[in-house]
Design a protein around this ligand. Structure first.
Ligand SMILES: [Zn+2]
Length: 239
């Protein structure tokens, strides 16, 4: 199987991509690119919902975002570790999906699964390109890796993607995970829970949007420096 994706987002839990870079994913799909998601765990350790429910919700969100592919590696939730077998599993998927660009979670943060996914995701991208490694398929290394930093809002991003036009769809994809924001207590009063989520998603998107003079945005970091061809057409006003 070879899918030749343009972009692959690798995330620790179903709903991480939607929350951190769902608008960017939707924008990339709308631009005509083939975008896929690789969730590393089923989120079975989450305090709300369960793995089966999250799977249904993930499929619903995938449809909303227009993904070409989504699959779950079923590593243990709250157990993503720096293990060679995990890295090789991810590397095998990268060889099959052959993405040009990979989105990873930032390599530091509060939740160990998130930053571990960023670290082993990077190493898997490297391993996927090593011809002599015991993996199936042709070697493949993504050309670009960008790190999503929304879960670390204090961090200054390298760049921000304007998701103003995609914001409502992003919110719809996030809301597909209704088990995550409505427990039994909340069920009696679902609307405020939804409103609270909407407000949180919107305020973060607004915060990063303001950095580039847009309404809503999503932040990213790259380790390499961006090159500029034309200093007259550089985006974002200085004054
Ligand atoms: Zn997560």
């Amino acid at each position: 199987m070879s899918l030749d994706l343009d972009v692959l987002s690798i995330a620790a839990h179903p709903d991480d991509t939607e929350l951190t870079c769902g608008g960017t994913v939707i924008k990339t799909v709308e631009a005509g690119y083939r975008v896929g998601l690789l969730d590393l765990t089923a989120g079975e350790s989450g305090t709300r919902g369960n793995a089966g429910l999250r799977e249904l919700e993930a499929a619903k969100a995938a449809k909303i975002m227009g993904l070409a592919h989504r699959e779950n590696l079923l590593l243990p939730d709250a157990g993503i570790e720096d293990r060679r077998d995990y890295k090789l599993k991810i590397a095998q998927k990268i060889r099959e999906l052959r993405p040009r660009t990979v989105i990873l979670p930032y390599w530091e943060g509060r939740h160990p699964d998130h930053y571990a996914a960023g670290k082993i995701g990077y190493e898997a991208c490297f391993y996927a390109g090593l011809a002599r490694l015991a993996l199936e398929g042709r070697p493949h290394r993504p050309r670009k890796i960008i790190y999503s930093t929304l879960y670390v809002p204090s961090l200054r991003p390298t760049f921000v993607v304007d998701i103003t036009a995609q914001f409502e769809k992003k919110l719809k994809a996030v809301l597909a995970y209704s088990s995550q924001f409505s427990d039994r207590k909340d069920m009696q009063n679902l609307f405020p829970a939804r409103e609270d989520l909407r407000e949180r998603v919107a305020s973060l998107a607004r915060h990063f949007g303001l950095m580039i003079g847009a309404r809503y945005g999503e932040p990213f970091v790259t380790t390499e420096v961006a090159g500029v061809e034309d200093i007259v057409k550089m985006p974002v006003r200085s004054i």
